[in-house]
Ligand binder design. Sequence first.
Ligand code: GDP
Length: 308
Amino acid sequence: MEKESKIYVAGHRGLVGSAILHNLQEEGYNNIVIRTHRELDLCNQQEVRAFFEKERPEYVFLAAAKVGGILANSTYPADFIYNNLAIQIYAIHNAYLYGVKKLLFLGSSCIYPKFAPQPMKEEYLLTGILEPTNEPYAIAKISGIKMCQAYNRQYGTNFISVMPTNLYGPGDNFDLETSHVLSALIRKFHEAKLSGQPVTVWGTGTPRREFLYVNDLAEACVFLMNCYDGEDIINIGTGLDISIKELAGFISEVIGYRGEIIFDTGKPDGMQRKLLDVTRINSLGWKAKTDLREGIEKTYKWYLSTQK
Ligand code: GDP
């Protein structure tokens, strides 16, 4: 990308899109196109086509998606498969029709099989059954990957797909029903510190997850947009995981909560372990920078700023 290239960041108000937008602006890219949901409904075929016809972006970061934690995925499976498929098919197809030079599609680590060996290598895609709690979302994301690859093969486009691990950071969703674990626990521990009530953590606490600070992901996406043109998907993570119980311990320390922690085993655990193999991106020359404690501190600070 040149500094004056026309770059469309789809989903710039979301956790990932806003971090990508910020990173591009910091790096001096000065011709960025954005649209709010109200201005452009990415699930509307006509609107998306009219947008691409008018703006003709050269580069697209496809960070718009319907995302959510384990409960949201099990409660609204139709919303997750419909919205994600719709966003992808219209954006990717129009990117091809209107000559986008390169598109970066954001997938997810939940595309990998439930029983994949850990850490999960890119080649494990489609080698086994998926985790049922987020299968509709995963199927949509797998379709996005396959669309990018099919368009590259048939039409010679340059559409790449990246698979981020579990993300967190400023701008995250802190709604307890729909959020992911890290932001949910920040809120729960913060509120428990104020109320003196115990904290309830879902599941057994034994599942292991990898957490990537969203600014690191944004940096990786811009890096790959500039230097990776391959057909293969690329994992983006830290290469390190911790148990939910350890995460709860970490967060309680950062927040200064010393009360009781209850594990609600009536709630699902989901995948036992979800850790990405990051050999491929590391060998391209990129590594995650932010350590988990520092990232949690920054995210908690941001959360506190929204409470005033
Ligand atoms: P997942 O990685 O797709 O399973 O998504 P989540 O981030 O929602 O959940 C990760 C793990 O954290 C699961 O084992 C959850 O049961 C567990 N967890 C513990 N407490 C919470 C909570 O308050 N909210 C969420 N979303 N997950 C929690």
